[in-house]
Design a protein around this ligand. Structure first.
Ligand code: DHB
Length: 316
């Protein structure tokens, strides 16, 4: 079903349709990235880069259950390194018309501006990942506001490229407001909510953890995290008051799930575990389903629905 307008704007970027992949799953190798570029995804997001290539954590480091629609990962930032990613971005942009977003995850604070400077010369936007849960001994920067402020300021100084900031799931309104204020102060273009909540899976036959690095603990994805994502998207949408865009990620399997993230305030939506499950053809399906959701409601496009969640007044 064609017709409704699925175009969106995040920062300075026009993206159509408003759905594409989340950084991480199937977003490292050339074949994966080229398949994304050829798919119906509105953009291509690369796996988070570190300055140097990394092999990542020992296996088994990724577990998923297709029946439950859930995943747990502790990949340990396996990636081709900043220079390798820069070359992929350059080639993708030369070959395809869609935005290409590079993700950066420094092992130290100084790595961030160095990578942003390099990738900012070639990428359409940079996703600054402050929320990788899987590096032992490295707390997530997004939970240390002073560290986050100094990194984001340095990144902002290093490039004029659009900056998206990948945030963890917060569970507290005060923390959301403090982070939102920081994003406004620094002048970034988008908050990406959410990275994986921390989790643990058990194989009850062996009473072992499902993945082995980091004591079996890792980042959870899939249906379980849909509501947590909604809460964060909504909170950041309200706190950022239209001055910084929100990109929603977490638990999206259907056009209706996607529509829910838009209603909460996401201007665009990324998919991780469901894309890992279904591959690049998921973007055509989600696009079709979103067209159907809009047609059923007689809505001509997504623009008027972003953040338009209705909340009934409650008597005091
Ligand atoms: C990894 C996981 C993440 O959630 C992330 O944001 C970055 C890297 C990983 O384990 O590779």
């Amino acid at each position: 079903m064609a017709g409704s307008d699925l175009r969106t704007t995040i920062g300075t970027l026009e993206i159509a349709p408003c759905v594409f992949n989340a950084s991480g799953p199937l977003s490292t190798r050339d074949e994966e990235l080229w398949a994304l570029a050829e798919s119906d995804a509105g953009a291509v997001v690369l796996k988070s880069a570190t300055l140097e290539p990394r092999a990542g954590n020992p296996e088994p480091r990724l577990w998923r259950d297709s029946l439950r629609g859930t995943s747990l990962n502790s990949n340990g930032l396996c990636n081709l390194g900043c220079e390798g990613h820069a070359r992929q971005v350059e080639r993708l942009r030369a070959e395809f018309g869609k935005p290409v977003i590079a993700s950066i995850a420094g092992l130290s604070a100084q790595d961030y501006p160095a990578m942003a400077e390099r990738l900012g010369r070639v990428a359409s936007a940079i996703e600054v990942n402050l929320s990788c849960p899987n590096i032992p001994g490295k707390p997530q920067m997004a939970f240390d506001l002073e560290a986050a402020r100094s990194v984001l300021k340095a990144v902002r100084r290093s490039t004029r490229c659009d900056l998206w900031v990948k945030l963890p799931p917060y569970q507290d309104r005060a923390m959301v407001e403090a982070m939102a204020q920081l994003l406004l102060d620094v002048g970034v273009q988008a908050a990406v909510c959410i990275n994986s909540p921390s989790g643990l899976e058990i194989d009850f036959e062996t009473e072992q953890t499902r993945i082995h690095p980091n004591g079996g603990m890792g980042g959870a994805g899939g249906r379980d995290i849909l509501r947590i994502a909604r809460w964060n998207i909504r909170q950041f949408f309200l706190a950022l008051a239209g001055k910084v865009d929100v990109v929603g990620v977490g638990g999206v399997y259907s056009g209706l799930d996607l529509y829910g993230h838009l209603l909460c305030g996401a201007g665009a939506v990324e998919v991780g575990t469901s894309y890992l499950e279904e591959g690049p053809k998921i973007f055509g399906r989600l696009k079709r389903e979103l067209h159907e959701v809009l047609a059923e409601r007689g809505v001509p496009g997504i623009a008027a629905k972003i953040g338009a969640l209705r909340v009934a007044p409650v008597e005091a």
